[in-house]
Design a protein around this ligand. Structure first.
Ligand code: SAH
Ligand code: SF4
Length: 346
């Protein structure tokens, strides 16, 4: 594969007629075909030629796990043997979301997150990110039988997307390019731990792109204890910068708040959240998905109390229900160890 070219590079010289190129792109990006030999509108010769010169996917499915709630988690192997995970989510109204990774591991070291324990192994290329989307699309159209189905994409898998800025931007250009998926940027959400200096450049390029910022604590010193990046970008800066961006782009931000027992759920933290009670923000509560020695998931009644208190104070707040919990596909559960057996991946 290393000597063949990527599908993105398909040029006029490779396929002489524009309508042939369109046939190929339609097969891949509309029908979800990921194998040249299955493109029945092309001659056998051309299919062979293309298979020798190009490959469609940069990811290979190694393992998949299916949850009882319809969530499916895939482990993908990349060409250098490193692995990442991506998750297919579907709700009861058949709304589909692809949760994709942007890095192998992550260097941000948030204490509550399993991906953080891996450290950064490497960035994904734009073609690898596009391939995750292609593969999930292929799964949706061919295996789930959901043809012509719209989907949303969240960069909430492994990695910090804004720490791999250029490749992530390039991947969004490809995904939104009418020749490929032509997806609207407003269907794409980037979740960041708070690299706020990179949000504006991204919005300048894609003004309707959505952003979720992982706030997770409302008190500066305490946030620093659970999210090392907080030392670089303070809550004061986050609040001010995002309000400015809202004034400029009229694009609301989601603030993700992972609820951790005895860490960020008391009245003190609710009081300190006050500065985020603003039309620029919508708060999404995510009860911690696992408990370990350092952090604990709150009880159901604590979660409801916290949410009710925010509602009472007129915050715009929702709760994220746990998806794929039985297969460790929920937020912050994505972690793959290099030497672990693929059978054991969790
Ligand atoms: N690096 C980006 C995107 C990946 S993490 C970011 O931090 O935003 C995606 C979301 O999962 C973030 O909101 C993060 O706060 C949350 N998360 C991480 N670990 C979690 C856990 N153990 N339980 C629940 N949510 C978690
Ligand atoms: Fe990285 Fe996001 Fe996990 Fe923090 S929460 S370690 S930024 S993936």
């Amino acid at each position: 594969m290393a000597t063949t070219k990527n599908i993105i590079e398909l040029s006029e010289n490779d396929v002489d007629k524009a309508f042939r190129r369109k046939q190929i792109y339609d097969a891949v990006f509309k029908k979800g075909i990921v194998d040249f030999s299955a493109i029945s509108t092309l001659s056998k010769d051309l299919r062979n030629q293309l298979s020798q010169k190009f490959h469609i996917l940069e990811v290979n499915e190694v393992v998949r796990k299916e949850s009882i709630d319809g969530t499916v988690k895939f482990l993908f192997r990349l060409s250098d043997g490193k692995c990442v995970e991506a998750v297919f989510l579907i709700d009861k109204n058949n709304h589909v979301t692809f949760c994709i990774s942007s890095q192998v591991g992550c260097r941000m070291g948030c204490v509550f997150c399993k991906t953080g324990t891996m450290g950064l192994i490497r960035n994904l290329s734009a073609a690898e990110i596009l391939s995750e989307v292609l593969y999930l699309y292929h799964f949706m159209t061919t295996e789930k039988g959901l043809k012509d189905q719209l989907f949303n994409i969240v960069y909430m898998g492994m990695g910090e997307p804004l720490d791999n800025f250029d490749n992530v931007m390039e991947s969004i250009s490809l995904i939104t390019n009418p020749t490929f998926f032509g997806l609207s940027p407003s269907r794409i959400t980037i979740s960041t731990c708070g690299l706020i200096d990179r949000i504006e450049p991204a919005m300048q390029r894609f003004p309707t792109l959505r952003f979720a910022l992982s706030l997770n604590h409302s008190i500066q010193e305490e946030r620093e204890k659970i999210m090392p990046i907080a030392r670089k970008f303070s809550l004061d800066e986050i609040a001010a910068r995002l309000k400015d961006l809202y004034a400029k782009f009229k694009n609301r931000f989601t603030l993700e708040y992972v609820l951790i027992k005895d860490v960020n759920m008391s009245k003190k933290e609710i009081d300190a959240l006050q500065r985020f009670r603003h039309q620029a923000f919508h708060i999404n509560l995510i009860p911690l998905n696992h408990s370990d020695d350092q952090v604990k998931r709150p009880e159901e009644k604590e979660i409801s109390r916290f949410m009710q208190e925010l509602e009472k104070r007129h915050f715009c707040v929702t709760r994220r229900y746990r998806r794929g919990a039985d297969i460790d596909a929920a937020c912050g559960e994505l972690c793959y160890r290099e030497n672990s057996n693929a059978q054991d991946f969790s």
